[in-house]
Ligand binder design. Structure first.
Ligand code: PLP
Length: 638
């Protein structure tokens, strides 16, 4: 082996290139035949392109620009630790780049005695856009570059190697948020919450990422590209400030203040990648699908079926035939009730739901029960809002034909032990529907690991458009079930005497569907997949812990839903205030929260209330926004 000109016994660049080419040629599937010659260029000088987040856009769609060097938004930045800085939030020079966000925070000295920000400490300074150098420091760069520059779709590492459980992927927000949480748990007077006043030196566990609840873990089928494999492999560093730039509406002014969107359980905001994708569809692809022999029909069909494939991978379903596009979670549950339920349940049969359910997972079963003389049983919850598994087991019996329950409660935020509930139902011989309306945007979901017979969700709650949603069903079950609606698109052959239906998914997609919004949902799935669902879960978990701890310090507050395993939702009532008044006061500060019964009256009544105030978090929310929320509540109480 020859050495380079410095004669330092290192191989020359030419030799390295030749070696790299050998390696690539030997690579699985021969995914690269040759390393494109860099002709001496430093590959790290290739600027990372944020359009990495925009793979849903067609190849000829305009690429996104890399972010400029100053990033707006507030809160904790993953890279702040790199900079070693901390700033006083009250100092407009050094605090968040967004002057509205920091200046609108009321300067409080609340009864609890600590000054703003609510936890009385200092948040690290934001990133200032040093995204490129941050990328260079990470191990991710080769994958990122391969993806961007060489168009590699998938590297062939084993799924278990790619799945980054929390803390395996070292994200800077992790360290920073832990520090901040330590600070609030020691500095907030009367701290009595999650940390019991003790510094948090150990990692907060991520129950729902590894949640088998004592059951054997289900291994992903290696034959299929697992969701973990897709998201884990190219996950870029998670930076809330950069992410926020993708959501134009977050710059909106409300009552003269910058919008703080904390109504994510009702609907999520849309990144420009989704908005642009829908616009691109109408500009370049719009046609009805499946039925015409022209170019635009082919483009529209490809885009629609491509979105189905993305959903399949997102849920780790076994086949695209298991993915049915519907209007949303409500329509998906109604579809199952009015087709499978109507065809298979008989008088005296029993359906079990949990006390946590949204009305969408109660009313269709009640309608069916009334029609077919079925019995509905309810799994009770404890005073924290956790389902009582022992009581559930007592409800199961030979007459149980269906268990239908939510993976995350929209009113309390409780994460249910879904795998365990499914497995127990199957042991009793019942089918299971899992309502994923509130889970898919907050945690990785794997329908094969979950083993649900059906799984439903709405596009608009996972950063996609309204009017589109998904019913996942096991293929054999879908094909055994007669369609609930008839019409075009779902038939193989029609005579006046007889109709032959397509297999799933066609048999359940009668008529012209919501083509453009299905494509938009595909773009939303691309977006969250690029961010990485495990990272989203990790970041949001810390935000939730942060918010919970601070809310507990508000005088007269009662948190409704205090399960240790929660996602996104912070429901509460405030002594002396109607929930709508609290909502109105927050609205004055530009903060959007839901106040009301959240379409989940039974569970609120279980806690003796008719309505709550419900801030709900998503990955684009920040600690600064939570400070503003909490401080506004403190000022109300004064
Ligand atoms: N299930 C749950 C848990 C929900 O939170 C919701 C909506 O809030 C639904 C079902 C119904 O969703 P959609 O109105 O999008 O059909």
């Amino acid at each position: 082996m020859s050495t380079n000109i410095n004669n330092d016994n290192l191989p020359s660049p030419q030799e390295l290139e030749a070696l790299a080419n050998q390696l690539f040629k030997a690579g699985p599937g021969g995914f690269l035949s040759e390393l494109p010659s860099q002709k001496g260029a430093d590959i790290f000088s290739i600027a990372p392109d944020i359009s990495l987040f925009n793979t849903s856009a067609p190849v000829n769609a305009p690429a996104q620009q890399a972010p400029p060097s100053t990033i707006g938004g507030g809160g904790i930045s993953p890279s702040a630790v790199n900079q070693g800085n901390a700033v006083n939030l009250q100092d407009p020079q050094t605090s968040f780049a967004d002057p509205n966000l920091s200046s609108q925070s009321p300067s409080l000295s609340p009864a609890t005695g600590y000054s703003q920000p609510a936890f009385g400490g200092q948040l690290p300074v934001q990133l200032n856009g040093d995204y490129e150098s941050y990328l260079k420091k990470t191990d991710l760069i080769p994958d990122v570059l391969l993806r961007q520059n060489f168009g590699v779709e998938q590297l062939s590492a084993a799924p278990q190697d790619l799945f980054h459980l929390p803390y395996q992927q070292d994200q800077h927000f992790d360290t920073e948020l832990k520090k901040v949480l330590e600070q609030i748990s020691t500095s907030a007077p009367g701290s009595s919450g999650i940390f019991n006043g003790a510094p948090t030196t150990t990692a907060v566990p991520f129950y729902f990422l590894n949640d088998t609840h004592g059951l054997p873990a289900v291994k992903a089928d290696k034959a299929q590209p697992s969701k973990a494999g897709i998201s884990g492999i190219i996950t870029p560093p998670f930076d809330v400030n950069i992410i926020r730039r993708d959501f134009p509406i977050l710059q909106e002014q409300v009552n003269g203040k910058q919008l703080v969107w904390l109504d994510n359980a009702a609907t999520t905001q849309k990144p420009k990648q989704v908005i642009d994708r829908i616009s691109y569809f109408y500009k370049h692809e719009n046609s009805n699908i499946h039925r015409a022999a022209h170019e635009l029909a082919a483009r529209a069909t490809d885009a629609y079926e491509g979105a189905r494939k993305k959903v399949q991978q997102f849920l780790n379903a076994g086949s695209i035939n298991e993915i049915i596009f519907v209007r949303g979670a409500t329509e998906a549950i109604n579809l199952v009730a009015k087709s499978w339920g109507d065809q298979n349940l008989n008088a005296g049969d029993e359906i079990i739901v949990s006390h946590l359910e949204h009305h969408a997972n109660i009313v269709p079963w009640q309608q069916l029960a009334a029609k077919k003389s079925l019995k509905i049983k309810v799994i009770p919850v404890d005073d924290d809002g956790q389902v009582l598994i022992d009581e559930y087991v007592k409800l199961l019996g030979p007459r149980t034909k269906l268990v239908s329950f939510t993976q995350v409660s929209n009113a309390l935020g409780t994460v249910t032990p879904a795998a365990q509930i499914v497995q127990l139902a199957h042991l009793a011989g019942a089918k299971v529907l899992v309502d994923g309306a509130q889970s898919v945007s907050h945690m990785p979901v794997d329908v094969r690991a979950l083993d649900a017979d059906w799984f439903v969700f709405s596009g608009h709650k996972v950063f996609g458009p309204t009017g589109i949603g998904v019913l996942y069903g096991k293929e054999y079950l879908l094909n055994e079930t007669q369609p609930w609606q008839g019409g075009g698109n779902m038939i193989k052959d029609v005579t006046f005497e007889h109709t032959q239906y397509h297999d799933a998914p066609g048999r359940f997609e009668a008529g012209t569907g919501n083509i453009a919004d299905a494509v938009g949902l595909g773009a939303a799935i691309d977006y969250v997949t690029r961010l990485g669902m495990p990272l989203i879960a990790q970041y949001e978990h810390y935000l939730l812990v942060y918010a919970t701890q601070l809310l507990k310090e508000v005088k007269g507050i009662r948190l409704i839903g205090t399960a240790p395993e929660k996602a996104s939702v912070l429901s509460f009532v405030l002594d002396g205030y109607k929930t709508e008044d609290v909502g109105a006061a927050l609205n004055q500060q530009g903060i959007a929260v839901r106040s009301g019964h959240h379409c989940a009256q039974p569970i609120l009544r279980r806690f003796g209330v008719e309505s709550t105030v419900r801030p709900s978090l998503a990955f684009y929310n920040t600690c600064a926004e939570i400070d503003l929320l909490v401080n506004t509540l403190h000022s109300l109480k004064r």
